[in-house]
Design a protein around this ligand. Structure first.
Ligand SMILES: [Zn+2]
Ligand SMILES: [Zn+2]
Length: 133
């Protein structure tokens, strides 16, 4: 605490009390609002959790339907097949990424899903760049 503040509090030992008394209504309201806020948050958390439990089946089915739909599309079928095949291709140990030549390659990337065996060995960062640019 600063000297000035200390001296001030020595002279006015009831400063905090007085401050509270003066602003009681405002401070109490604030505290109440805060508590209410917490209650609402808690309620919301519980509600969310219950919703997930209650709707678990629906969510699961939704996911399944999405997966089914996804894998039924022709271009996705080719992609999934290529990825399944490529998963069996081992990534050479200590192989550097073919794009940046700096990081270790940990992923296989297809330039053409119709050629599932032709993969590029890439690091995570470069692979992300390829798919998101
Ligand atoms: Zn890279
Ligand atoms: Zn890729």
């Amino acid at each position: 605490m600063e000297e000035k503040q200390k001296r001030f509090l020595n002279k006015n030992p009831n400063y905090h009390k007085e401050y509270y008394q003066k602003n009681k209504i405002r401070l109490d309201k604030k505290a109440k609002e805060y508590k209410k806020d917490e209650k609402i948050k808690e309620k919301y958390r519980k509600y969310n959790k219950n919703w997930k439990i209650k709707n678990k089946e629906r969510i699961d089915t939704g996911n399944k339907i999405y997966k089914k739909k996804y894998s039924k599309k022709k271009e996705n079928k080719i992609k999934i097949k290529a990825q399944t095949i490529a998963q069996k291709i081992p990534i050479p140990k200590k192989r550097l990424c073919e794009m940046c030549n700096k990081n270790l390659a940990i992923l296989r990337h297809h330039e053409n899903y119709n050629k599932p065996l032709e993969v590029k060995y890439l690091c995570k960062i470069c692979h992300y760049k390829i798919h998101h640019s």
